[in-house]
Design a protein around this ligand. Structure first.
Ligand SMILES: [Zn+2]
Length: 263
């Protein structure tokens, strides 16, 4: 039997609801439509949790966290509800999970993807990101328009933006996960340890970064025999829990294509 809480992709769900603009992405109404009620309460040690009872669920979101975090958390729990119900009837999720689970295949990563695609739909993000630089300035302006967290917006920018880019999350100087934009060839891999000339390295050392993106020698970041002859643009910021997010991008696509040919 198909019920309102049956699984469907974010795109189908938005289509069913006729949502076409960022201001109509009201997570409470979307969740309610899927038989999940969102309530706000102070939570200790977690950002959100979900409890399912048969065909209904209650999502509790920490009333003390910022609005964009609350929206992300609520969408994440809705992702659990629609994707993993039947297997698990309750989840308790921390903010650290939202920052760290973006690779591999597990319920947390799938719930993160669900909320990113539901609250930052490609058909709304793509036209707003068109020809915009792949920087945290662009990320911040999209984050404001969509009321979403920087990490989720940066991932979506890399996926649908106009220039080839990678987003790398590092912790204590070491790469933790990365997202490759569709125009970045598979031979291009970010290093496990970005070198001392990268902005990320400086931030991990406790330094501060330039405000906008900077040209750096590509071998600071890219594992490739010829990369020292090329450049890329880096914009890095420090986020919660000591993670550094780095947008690596190429305004001049030839730099990237040359590297691919040299392989
Ligand atoms: Zn979760």
């Amino acid at each position: 039997m198909t019920t309102t809480s049956s699984y469907r992709s974010p795109r189908i769900l938005l289509k069913e609801l006729g949502i076409t603009e960022p201001e109509d992405l009201k997570i409470e109404a979307i969740a309610e439509y899927c038989n999940a009620t969102i309530i706000y309460e102070p939570l200790k040690g977690s950002a959100a949790r979900i409890l399912g009872y048969g065909d209904r669920a209650i999502i509790t979101v920490d009333s003390q966290s910022r609005r964009e975090r609350q929206r992300f958390s609520a969408g994440h729990e809705l992702g659990h509800w629609l994707q993993d119900r039947g297997k698990v009837s309750s989840f308790t999720c921390t903010e650290k999970v939202f920052l760290s689970e973006w690779s591999g295949d597990n319920p947390e990563r799938r719930a993160n993807r669900y909320t990113a695609e539901l609250l930052l739909p490609d058909f709304m993000v793509e036209p707003r990101a068109k020809n915009q630089e792949m920087t945290f300035e662009t990320v911040r302006s999209l984050a404001e328009a969509f009321q979403m967290s920087l990490t989720a917006v940066a991932i979506r920018l890399v996926e649908v933006g106009s220039f080839p880019a990678l987003l790398v999350c590092s912790e204590a100087g070491k790469r933790r996960w990365f997202v490759r934009g569709p125009d970045v060839p598979e031979v291009i891999w970010p290093k496990e340890y970005p070198n001392a000339y990268t902005i990320a390295f400086e931030l991990h050392r406790g330094g501060t970064a330039e405000k906008s993106s900077t040209d750096i020698q590509a071998d600071g970041w890219i594992d490739h025999a010829q990369s020292k002859w090329y450049t890329l643009r880096e914009d890095s910021v420090k986020t919660n829990h000591g993670y550094v997010l780095s947008l690596l991008w190429w305004k001049d696509e030839r730099q990237l294509l040359d590297l691919e040919e040299q392989e």
